[in-house]
Ligand binder design. Structure first.
Ligand SMILES: C[S@@+](CC[C@H](N)C(=O)[O-])C[C@H]1O[C@@H](n2cnc3c(N)ncnc32)[C@H](O)[C@@H]1O
Length: 281
């Protein structure tokens, strides 16, 4: 298998039409997912001179946060998505080096990083043990890995709400195989910890946290955003539904999200697994 064959389906997806659309909504998505960044920083606790790699860096907000936390170190963001990287370079290119490459196979400089971090960018590898073995090679002895991944869907209405809407309108949908590449691919800690151990990391562990997601326009803004970027617009596209159908499903999602809105605002519960591991010193 050549390098370009590895994760070819993921490369196609993350460079495809829907992702180009997500780039237009990047700031809004960041207002939701940004809730993780302070927790990722707290777990990673980078030294000011840390050399950091951000895996699946997307449009680079997490890379930027680490560049600010490690001002005399360096941050390298790696991703396979050209549209995301283009935006990352525009917004954060002064403080972060961005590389277009597959983190599973990229020839990182050996033992060049103190810290490998990721927010939702590590659940898409076709061969996770190979990918994490490769990442281990980039860490200095004693270097650390910190990554935030979604816990199972029922704990995350941000994903479970759209799934319920799609199934209510279009019937049961196929469920991905446990561990299959995708947003929920690392939702089972036993599976992920075995990957990290098999890849050669030591002291692999998980800290599961309940967080709150929000959106500046509340339940209705969150529903419109998730409809546009998630499975609702996908099923409408695939089934040839038009804008009226999209609006109808978005209204259903708004109703679900409104259960998390009151006079104090919109507070969507989320559960995140923070996986931590080290390279032997
Ligand atoms: C859900 S997005 C998360 C982006 C970013 N970390 C964030 O939190 O906004 C997942 C990212 O992982 C990237 N990705 C998927 N497979 C990859 C791989 N094998 N190597 C590098 N990046 C990958 C995608 O292109 C995408 O930008």
């Amino acid at each position: 298998m050549t390098d370009t064959d590895v994760n070819a389906d993921q490369r196609e997806f993350w460079n495809g039409g829907p992702v180009k659309g997500w780039v237009a909504q990047d700031a809004e998505l960041e207002s939701v997912h940004g809730a993780l960044t302070p927790r990722l920083l707290a777990h990673a606790d980078p030294k000011p001179d840390a050399d950091v790699i951000d895996v699946g860096c997307g449009s680079g907000a997490v890379s930027q946060a680490f560049a600010e936390a490690a001002p005399s170190g360096s941050v390298t963001g790696i991703d396979i998505s050209v549209p995301m990287l283009n935006l990352a370079r525009v917004n954060h290119g002064d403080s972060v080096t961005f590389i277009e490459a597959d983190a599973q196979t990229y020839d990182f400089a050996a033992e060049s990083a103190d810290l490998i971090v990721s927010r939702f960018g590590v659940m898409f590898f076709s061969d996770p043990v190979a990918a994490f073995s490769n990442l281990l090679g980039a860490l200095r002895p004693g270097g650390r890995l910190v990554m935030g991944c979604w816990a199972p869907m029922p704990k995350n209405p941000w994903f479970d709400g759209p799934r319920r809407v799609v199934e209510a309108h279009h019937g049961p949908q196929p469920r991905p195989e446990p561990g299959a590449p995708g947003p929920m691919g690392f939702s089972n800690p036993d599976y992920v910890l075995s990957i990290l151990n098999d890849a050669g990391f030591v002291n692999a562990r998980v800290e599961t946290e309940d967080l709150t997601l929000t959106h500046p326009q509340g339940a209705s803004g969150a529903a419109q955003l998730m409809s546009a970027v998630g499975p609702i617009s996908k099923i409408v596209r695939e089934t040839g539904g038009g804008s009226t159908e999209l609006l109808h499903l978005t209204d259903s999602l708004t109703e679900i999200f409104k259960a998390f809105e009151d006079e104090d605002g919109f507070a969507l519960p989320a559960q995140i697994h923070f996986y931590l591991a080290e390279k032997a010193a």
